[in-house]
Design a protein around this ligand. Structure first.
Ligand code: RIB
Ligand code: CA
Length: 310
């Protein structure tokens, strides 16, 4: 089975950083490029963080291109309270060895789509602003996209408001464009990712397994404490890594095709993914939506991959 060629659009962010590592650790994935978007923290920080993580892995060969510094219409509102102002609170910060690509995120994605020789999977683990640009500005390249896999949304409760998950809430207008594009779409939402948590014990398991394992342990030291203090949970959900794990092993997450629409105006429910779980609207499906995950196999896969990185 040849490796799945992907571009990862992200807003590192603790869990985005771990998703990058999982992609680089897995022979099932060929990470052709990383693009960054404002979300968890500002674009400057998400871009530097992507460069840092790839440096840590010795993968300065993978291009990093910066995209949008804010949502299409709304004002940027970050999650710095969770991830720290830098976006990667916990480990000691180090200067990236290189600058980002001279290409924009959109230009890098277009270049990869046109040169890959086979359809590419776009994985998005931040707000969908850059992906909305791809949909609107590259209409003649849609057939070069195998599918779009996002971390975002929820069938039931939100995590940033009672109604909305953070990535969709930051840029609901972009999400609406992506969900209405007609490109094969998989939505890995909170029903799945809230089960994909790691705890202090997992951090201790990784400590001393190598540079990457040590770095993830220090990320978790911050990320787990935040979730324990804020929510009283046993650990921190590694939301974004589930998108990559799903591509590595499609048996981990069960999905169901359903109509999902994005609320873009209601002050109370803006950013909600309105998922027709019981087909009451009769509207055609717009996404495959994650419903369950084999938590134990996910944790085993993730810890093994990280601990085997250099
Ligand atoms: O709601 C969780 C999502 O928002 C994750 O992608 C996390 O990194 C933040 O971006
Ligand atoms: Ca993210």
């Amino acid at each position: 089975m040849s490796a799945r060629k992907i571009v990862l659009d992200c807003d590192p962010g603790h869990d985005d950083a771990i998703a990058i590592m999982l992609a680089c650790a897995s022979p099932e994935i060929e990470l052709l490029g990383v693009t960054t978007v404002a979300g968890n923290v500002t674009l400057e920080h998400t871009t530097r963080n992507a460069l840092r993580v790839l440096d840590l892995l010795g993968r300065a060969d993978i291009p990093v291109a910066a995209g949008r510094d804010g949502p299409l219409i709304r004002k940027l509102s970050t999650a710095a309270v969770m991830h720290g102002e830098s976006g990667l609170a916990g480990p000691l910060a180090f200067e990236p060895s290189r600058s980002q690509s001279h290409l924009t995120a959109l230009q890098l994605i277009e270049e990869v789509l046109r040169q890959a020789g086979e359809p590419i999977t776009l994985v998005a683990t931040g707000p969908l602003t850059n992906i909305a640009d791809v949909v609107r500005q590259l209409p003649e390249a849609h057939h070069l996209i195998a599918e779009i896999v996002i971390m975002g949304g929820a069938v039931e409760l939100g995590n940033w408001t009672p109604a909305a998950e953070f990535n969709i809430w930051v840029d609901p207008d972009a999400a609406k464009i992506v969900f209405e594009a007609g490109i094969p779409l998989t939505m890995i939402g909170l029903e799945v990712t809230h089960q994909a948590w790691l705890s202090d014990a997992h951090a201790d398991h990784l400590r001393g397994t190598g540079r990457a394992g040590q770095y993830v342990a220090e990320l978790l030291d911050h990320f787990v404490k935040f979730h324990q203090d804020r929510f009283g949970w046993p650990g921190a959900p590694i939301h974004d890594a589930v998108t990559i794990a799903h591509l590595i092993d499609p048996t981990l997450v069960s999905t169901m095709a359903m109509n999902v629409q994005i609320e873009t105006t209601s002050p109370l429910c803006i950013g909600r993914t309105v998922a027709d779980r019981w087909s009451v609207t009769g509207l055609p499906p717009t996404a495959k939506v994650g419903l369950t995950i084999d938590r134990d196999r996910f944790v085993t896969l993730l810890l093994s991959a990280i601990s085997h990185l250099a």
